[in-house]
Design a protein around this ligand. Structure first.
Ligand code: BEZ
Ligand code: FE
Length: 299
């Protein structure tokens, strides 16, 4: 063979985006896992179309990649900037609502994003137990609920995880004044699928803005507030996991949630209990299916 070997007649056509896209898709064609191949194909096609449509410059790409690097650097066991990014772009809400579309058509409970504040090993509590420590000031909130399957059958033995911010708008892990696992708990439903607990009325709060997502919100001229809410994540055998939230309809941001989670049927009035506190009654309707427990963001 002659040395040096002859160069190929031509490389990729220099100014043919379609040929470049075809080459990148071809490089992906051997991805073994079929769904991963499909997802990567879609991502590649959309990224190329995006760059072309916007005439993205190298400087802009550099800035965007630096933003992604900083999202990673700002994330760790105690903070999830990546989750926050998916949330403030509406992607988490879109994916959840889309995944629940069949259940929603059949009367299932609307889902809402899990967010970055669910903790592993939340304490198992008794029916009716108070989840707020005595030193948490704020109006009492009594929560009652029932877990049912789509056809209305009560689900006994379901696990109901709940977590909420304090009346100051802080989760326990953000607030040195709160006790470990305050305003968090896990309940097991009784024979009628019911659970209940006593808590305090939560306040709305800003999502964390001390990282790159905060910069993004500022650049977009957006506020950072979530309306007051309680989170639920329900796990029952033979059913899809339901992650949802119920929102205080009287909150000033009830119709303007920074992460777009406060969808229609999840807005609720916290009813006065006649003794200075409030009540909230919820029904959680789960779709039969495979139980996939989402990744828990906090230890
Ligand atoms: C939350 O509700 O806990 C939450 C959701 C998205 C971003 C930040 C917080
Ligand atoms: Fe929250």
């Amino acid at each position: 063979m002659a040395y040096p070997p002859p160069l190929p007649a031509a490389g990729l056509p220099a100014s043919d985006p379609a040929a470049l896209l075809a080459a990148v898709l071809k490089a992906n064609a051997h991805t073994e896992h079929p769904r991963l191949r499909q997802i990567l194909d879609g991502l590649i096609r959309h990224l190329h179309a995006f760059a072309l449509e916007l005439d993205l410059t190298p400087a802009e790409l550099d800035l965007g990649l630096d933003f992604l690097v900083r999202i990673g650097q700002a994330s760790g066991p105690k903070k999830h900037e990546g989750i926050l990014l998916a949330d403030i772009l509406g992607l988490a809400t879109l994916v959840q609502l889309r995944g629940a579309r069949h259940a929603l058509a059949a009367g299932g409970t609307e889902p809402a994003l899990v967010g970055p504040f669910w903790r592993a090993n939340q304490p198992l509590r008794r029916h009716g137990e108070c989840i707020s420590s005595d030193d948490t000031p704020g109006p009492r909130l009594t929560v009652t609920g029932q877990v049912r399957s789509l056809d209305g059958t009560p689900i006994a033995g379901a696990w109901v995880e709940t977590w909420q911010a304090s009346p100051k708008g802080l989760y326990e892990n953000q607030d040195p004044e709160q006790r470990h696992m305050n305003l968090r708990g896990r309940f097991e439903t009784d024979r009628e699928g019911r659970f209940s607990f006593v808590s305090v009325r939560p306040a709305g709060y800003p999502v964390p803005v001390d990282g790159p997502c905060g910069e993004l919100l500022a650049a977009q001229g957006r506020h950072s507030m979530r309306p007051a809410h309680l989170h639920f994540l329900v796990v029952a055998p033979g059913h899809k996991v339901l992650a949802t939230q119920f929102f205080d309809a009287e909150d000033p941001h009830a119709l303007d949630d920074v992460v777009f989670g406060a969808v229609g049927s999840l807005l609720r009035r916290f009813e006065p209990d006649g003794a200075g506190g409030f009540t909230l009654d919820v029904e959680l309707r789960l779709e039969p299916g495979e139980t996939h427990i989402p990744h828990c963001p906090l230890p």
